[in-house]
Design a protein around this ligand. Structure first.
Ligand code: TRP
Length: 360
């Protein structure tokens, strides 16, 4: 059996450069590697509703934004199935069966759920749907028989929980579901890109993101205003590169070719860092370089997005086709699941024969 990818994002906003280096860029590479038999990219609207139940319009309008971001980054509907979670009701059915295989205390111990509950100040008022989203995420993965789930590090506890559910299901009902593996980005800097203000996480509410849809001028403005080492006041001062967002971004985005093109006086990032650490290298010079590096990668994405924005009905058509394929695939798995769970009453001739015999 070939390898299958499933991954996705919650449609609660436009995607930013953190999504790009943390997952989108890798997805495109994997898509074009030819190593995968099938690739499913899911817009997780049902999951987004678990903490946005009162704002379905927010989820609704961001579906097309996320689809535009996907396609402009190079996800190709000819090679990857892009679909919307709620359009595949089989996923909900599967979650209902999985719920019997997971305890409340196990969910309470999930570190991602724990920290998200804190972040949202849910305390005692956690919606049940939100609390159980690791189960629903397991359905997303297993319904497509995914072998490989490329996600950020924050999703590691989700994959661990998914693997437990698969193991439990297969133990109780017989070997049915495929055991998935997580695939993390190789480059450490890509695991979590900080905000332009130096805060650990990029978030819409903090206003510290560089979006894929930002214009050239917006990107430049954001880069030039980026937080650096607050102790690096004058050019001559020695500076810190650890925890300095400008250098973390360079780790994530720059290549030796960028140095050859824009900063040939440095062999590469290590030399630039050494100069900054020693003193004598100004923030403005480093930021200008970062801006060029970013521009080189973002401008083709921005151009493709502009083209796609001219034909929104086409984007919806792509999604509709994706949903149809996704639904067929999930329906096939569900029929295997029902058979394994012995709840395929009308298909099972031996069951009917047994009952006939009992009453003869
Ligand atoms: N939880 C993921 C996120 O917040 C989105 C997601 C939903 C997902 N279902 C998934 C990711 C299944 C990977 C696999 O980004």
């Amino acid at each position: 059996m070939g390898k299958i990818i499933l991954t996705g994002d919650r449609p609660t906003g436009r995607l930013h450069v953190g999504h790009y280096v943390g997952s989108l860029r890798e997805r495109v590479r994997l898509q074009n590697s030819g190593e995968f038999e099938k690739i499913f990219i899911m817009i997780a609207d049902a999951q987004a509703l678990t903490d946005n139940a009162e704002h379905p319009e927010k989820v609704r309008e961001n579906i097309v934004e996320v689809a535009l971001d996907y396609m402009s980054c190079g996800l190709d509907p000819e090679k990857s199935v892009i679909f919307i979670q709620s359009m595949v009701p089989e996923l909900t059915e599967l979650s209902f069966y999985f719920m019997n295989l997971v305890t409340v205390s196990r969910l309470q111990r999930n570190p991602t759920v724990k920290s998200e509950i804190q972040m949202r100040n849910f305390e005692a008022s956690i919606p049940v749907g939100f609390f159980t989203y690791p189960i629903s995420q397991t359905s997303d993965i297993t319904a497509f028989k995914a072998t490989t789930v490329p996600v950020g590090e924050d999703q590691a506890p989700m994959l661990e929980q998914a693997r437990e559910i698969v193991h439990k299901f297969n133990t109780v009902y017989g070997e049915t579901l495929v055991m998935p593996d997580i695939l993390l980005p190789q480059n450490k800097a890509c695991l979590r890109l900080p905000g332009i203000d130096g805060k650990a996480k990029m978030s819409k509410s903090l206003g510290n993101c560089i979006y894929l849809a930002d214009s050239q001028a917006e990107v430049k403005k954001k880069v030039m205003s980026m937080f650096t080492d607050p102790g690096h006041l004058r050019v001559e001062d020695p500076g810190k590169v650890e925890g300095n967002p400008v250098f973390i971004y360079l780790e994530a985005f720059s290549t030796p070719e960028h140095f050859a093109r824009y900063l040939p006086e440095y062999a590469g990032l290590e030399e630039l860092k050494a100069h900054y650490t020693r003193g004598g290298l100004g923030d403005v010079k480093v930021k200008k370089f970062l801006n060029k590096v970013l521009e080189e990668q973002l401008s083709p994405i921005r151009e493709r997005r502009k083209e796609l924005e001219k034909d929104i009905p086409y984007v919806y058509e792509v999604l509709k086709k994706g949903c149809d394929i996704a639904r067929d695939t999930a329906a096939q798995t569900l029929s295997e699941v029902r058979r394994a769970m012995k709840i395929n009453y009308f298909e099972d001739q031996s069951l009917i024969a047994e009952q006939v015999k009992k009453y003869q």
